[in-house]
Ligand binder design. Structure first.
Ligand SMILES: Cc1cc2nc3c(=O)[nH]c(=O)nc-3n(C[C@H](O)[C@H](O)[C@H](O)COP(=O)(O)OP(=O)(O)OC[C@H]3O[C@@H](n4cnc5c(N)ncnc54)[C@H](O)[C@@H]3O)c2cc1C
Length: 433
């Protein structure tokens, strides 16, 4: 193999890129990371909470070192109609157990910490410049990148450019994700003293809650709201489909949805008096396994969301644990291929084997039908929250009139929706979960 400037070049320093760089640098390879943001995390956004299992494999002491916000020990799911809220609040020791634990994070500090780990391991960083092209030799093998005026070569290029796979499409021939496979997320961060967060969410000191909302938060269109408690702030936002966002005739544009969501009686008291300090927007891949492209090429592997690795289950959002794990596997495969002197697609195929053998591809495959179920399940976002309100009103309100037995109060509510239709919808959803 001819001399190259670096053993490995990593494009993008999000969760996937930084971990890939750390892994390759730790194995003694010369690594360059090119990040278009002025610093790692400058352009990145998440809800969000990271499930820690894959991070722990790379950084066993991450709890002591990483800028984590709060350990999530309360899971809440809320169904909203315009004037009602039914919330399930679940907590258990298991949620906090090592290996099953998850933490709220803010990406600017978190990504800078990940980048610092890669740099401490020996990776070099260029920030503030975007890779515009993957360069190839005459045989079509990727041999490096072009960033601005510079052409920099490497034996292996790891592409971790995130959700908008521009280079993957332009230089590797991967398909552009369909609009139906993408959603848009908007988020605001509100400062609130730690004690008030603990009081408002009924969580012990240092612990926190994750909340997902369905129904009126998106005014009944497919999508949902989210809320995560940080140390002394709250991350609040929502995700809507691209078709909703792009529909000019939609009476509720996404920015208005967020304003209305913040004013909903279930949300307004939570952020009352809190100071808005940040606003961001980002795309979210929601196509599941159906949008995973080819991710091993001659001289190049693709990691994180560029490889379509993200899952929105409605009750659970995962992307960062996939990104961390795929970054680690990509770094390991690059090292192995370089050591054996074969960085062709075949030489890098251990990446595909590792991905397929891990939770990353297996979970995406297991839940591959879910995105389609969600897309076609309008009543989950419109009528179910109303039905839930009617059921709980029938159960809890007392007006002094003689009450019918509970079943007799419930059945008309369920029957008017069609028992068979409800059963069919529930069966379809359960089968895809
Ligand atoms: C609203 C929202 C809520 C979410 N909630 C959660 C959650 O709660 N839990 C969870 O696990 N996941 C969540 N996700 C998903 C999660 O954020 C992503 O899956 C994860 O960040 C993907 O990591 P990545 O490294 O692949 O990409 P990113 O973190 O996006 O990193 C890509 C990096 O590449 C850089 N880059 C792009 N193009 C170039 C270029 N040409 N040259 C150089 N650099 C480039 C970018 O600046 C960026 O730093 C959420 C996402 C959104 C949008």
């Amino acid at each position: 193999m001819s001399e190259t400037d670096f053993d490995v070049i990593v494009v993008g320093s999000g969760c996937a890129g930084a971990v890939a760089a750390y892994t390759a640098a730790t194995a003694g390879k010369s690594v360059l990371v090119v990040e278009r943001g002025n610093f790692a995390g400058a352009k990145n956004m998440t809800g969000g909470r990271i499930y820690s299992h894959s991070l722990k494999k790379v950084f066993p002491d991450f709890e002591q070192e990483a800028p984590l916000e709060r350990k999530i020990t309360h899971e809440r799911i809320a169904m909203l109609d315009p004037r009602s809220n039914m919330t399930i609040d679940f907590t258990s020791d298991e949620l906090g157990q090592e290996g099953k634990d998850s933490y709220a994070v803010l990406r600017a500090p978190f990504d800078q910490w990940l980048a610092s780990k890669a740099e401490d391991a020996g990776a070099e960083y260029i920030c503030g410049i975007a890779v515009e092209e993957l360069i190839k030799d005459d045989a079509g093998r990727v041999i490096g990148v072009r960033a601005g005026e510079d052409e920099i070569t490497a034996q292996v290029t790891i592409l971790a450019e995130g959700v908008n796979p521009i280079l993957s499409e332009k230089c590797l021939g991967n398909p552009r994700p369909k609009a139906s496979q993408m959603a848009v997320g908007v988020k605001q961060v509100f400062e609130l003293p730690a004690g008030q967060i603990e009081d408002r969410f009924l969580v012990p000191e240092g612990e926190g809650a994750a909340m997902l909302f369905v129904g009126d938060c998106t005014h009944g269109s497919v999508g949902g709201g989210f809320l995560y408690t940080n140390k002394d702030s709250i991350s609040l936002g929502l995700v809507a489909t691209i078709s909703t966002a792009a529909d000019a005739s939609n009476p509720h544009p996404v920015y208005q949805m967020l304003e209305d969501f913040k004013n909903h009686p279930a949300v307004a008291p939570i952020i009352k008096g809190a100071k808005l300090v940040e606003h961001s927007g980002h795309m979210v891949p929601e196509g599941g396994y159906g949008m995973v492209p080819k991710y091993v090429f001659d001289g190049c592997v693709v990691a994180g969301e560029t490889a379509g690795l993200c899952m929105n289950m409605g009750y659970q959002v995962r992307g960062m644990d996939f990104a961390v794990a795929s970054g680690q596997m990509a770094g390991e495969a690059a090292v192995e291929a370089i050591d054996k002197g074969d960085v062709s697609e075949a030489g890098l195929s251990s990446y595909k084997t590792a991905m397929e053998g891990s939770f990353v591809i297996q979970d995406l495959k297991t839940f591959s039908k879910w995105p389609h179920v969600m897309e076609g399940w309008d009543s989950m976002f419109t009528d179910y929250p109303v039905m839930v309100k009617e059921i709980f009103n029938a159960m809890f309100s007392v007006d002094g009139a003689p009450q019918k037995p509970l079943m007799k109060r419930m059945m008309p509510i369920v029957k008017k929706r069609g028992l068979l239709k409800l059963a069919r919808e529930m069966r379809g959803a359960v089968k895809s979960l």
